[in-house]
Design a protein around this ligand. Structure first.
Ligand code: GLC
Length: 407
């Protein structure tokens, strides 16, 4: 566990970071992931921001989520980006409604339950519940074949834009020019736009991936939805989300599990994509591995020097994967290594929580300690080199605050 002085310093620097990155838009407030590179509101980032804010600014934690749901689309989607203001950078999918049309990891129920657990404010739960319910039910419309798994229509929906586990469904080699990867994703986006995004009959012929982390997040968030429904005495939804959760757990086991690992799958035949990324650890957070499987997973993969064991924790792609590329590149965000090796704080936070859930306290504390070391050494950066700890990508990146929540 951290000692109180490192926690104190961390908390002060996180507060400063939020002062720098917080923005007002009319009656709404939100936090930028990074002022230099990401000048909009992102969905899963805001869920993280709310969790971080709940450590020192509960009002801010709620406002961050209120602004997110304020732009819910008619079909129920909570879009992955809200363009509160127009900027020159990255408004590739800007359209009249000022939001994107893609999803991002569905963490909002966890963020709301986090606030409720700390503050017991049932009125906030009641306020948020209807939007969240419409949102999760929208995601379930992405289960077109009633397999109890939700399809992603673009790698960006996973939050891990250029992760090597999407190379096969994108039809690119493990070693490629990053510009090619970006072009593929952008073209996919344009094709989805042509058929109106919610037309699953079309989008599923372009890219249709059932992702392990996304499914594990859903399982955890369905649990949060059933708990919140119980608190507001909505028995129907309580039962609904328990049922959805159980069916998804069963389906993940049937379709994704092999050789001790849950693999992301794609296509009509649910083909497993056997590329090792940090995603193999994501099911820990939802309790999907048995005790024995979790022990083997940690021994064989987390502690494996050829895979995820590195001076700094933890690489997002296994070191012995052909697509592993942790070196920094100059140029725009989409031409950088991103998810092909560097360490990001959100996966560290998920793995930390997963390890604790199974009682692997030593391993969890190493992740916390190494995360803190990265921030002390290199500041709040978007991601870090797993061998050197060098900061990479965007500056003043807000996810670093998640270390505050590793407690
Ligand atoms: C990058 C990340 C994505 C994040 C966004 C804003 O695109 O891959 O997960 O939401 O930046 O921080």
């Amino acid at each position: 566990m951290a000692n109180s002085s490192d926690k104190f310093n961390l908390e002060e620097s996180v507060k400063d970071l939020f002062v720098k990155n917080r923005r007002i838009a009319g009656k709404y407030q939100y936090t930028l992931p990074s002022p230099d590179s990401y000048p909009y509101q992102w969905f899963w980032d805001s869920c993280f921001h709310s969790i971080i804010l709940s450590h020192f600014d509960m009002k801010g934690a709620k406002e961050e989520l209120r602004s997110l749901v304020s732009r819910q689309l008619k079909n129920g989607l909570l879009p992955h980006i809200i363009y509160w203001e127009k900027h020159e950078v990255m408004n590739v999918d800007w359209d009249a409604k000022g939001t994107s049309s893609l999803a991002q990891p569905p963490l909002i129920a966890y963020a709301v339950r986090n606030i409720y657990k700390k503050e017991n404010d049932i009125s906030f739960v009641k306020e948020m519940f209807p939007s969240m319910d419409r949102y999760y039910r929208y995601l379930l419309t992405r289960d077109t074949r009633k397999s109890h798994l939700v399809g992603l229509i673009n790698p960006d929906e996973s939050g891990e834009d250029n992760s090597p586990r999407f190379d096969i469904p994108l039809g690119i080699e493990s070693v490629h020019q990053f510009s090619e990867n970006n072009l593929k994703r952008f073209n996919l986006f344009k094709e989805s736009r042509k058929c109106g995004f919610d037309n699953v009959d079309c989008t599923r012929n372009l890219f249709w991936v059932k992702d392990v982390p996304f499914s594990a997040y859903l399982i955890e968030n369905f649990m949060c939805m059933s708990e919140l429904a119980c608190e507001i005495k909505d028995r129907e939804n309580e039962a609904f989300y328990i049922g959805q959760r159980e069916m998804m757990i069963k389906s993940m086991r049937e379709r994704m599990y092999e050789d001790g690992i849950f693999w992301t799958i794609h296509g009509m035949d649910y083909e497993k994509i056997k590329v090792k990324t940090w995603a193999i650890f994501a099911p820990l957070v939802a309790g999907l591995y048995t005790e024995e499987e979790a022990k083997n997973l940690i021994e064989n993969h987390l502690h494996n020097e050829k895979e995820f064991q590195a001076p700094f924790a933890i690489p997002t792609t296994a070191k012995n994967e052909a697509g592993y590329f942790p070196e920094e590149r100059s140029g725009p965000a989409w031409l950088r290594p991103n998810w092909r090796g560097p360490i990001w704080m959100a996966p560290n936070w998920f793995v930390y929580r997963g390890l604790k859930k199974y009682g692997f306290y030593d391993e969890a504390n190493i992740i916390r300690k190494k995360s803190l070391e990265l921030i002390e050494k290199s500041g709040f950066r978007e991601y870090y080199h797993p061998e050197t700890g060098q900061g990479q990508g965007a500056f003043d990146f807000t996810w670093g605050g998640l270390v505050l929540d590793m407690e």
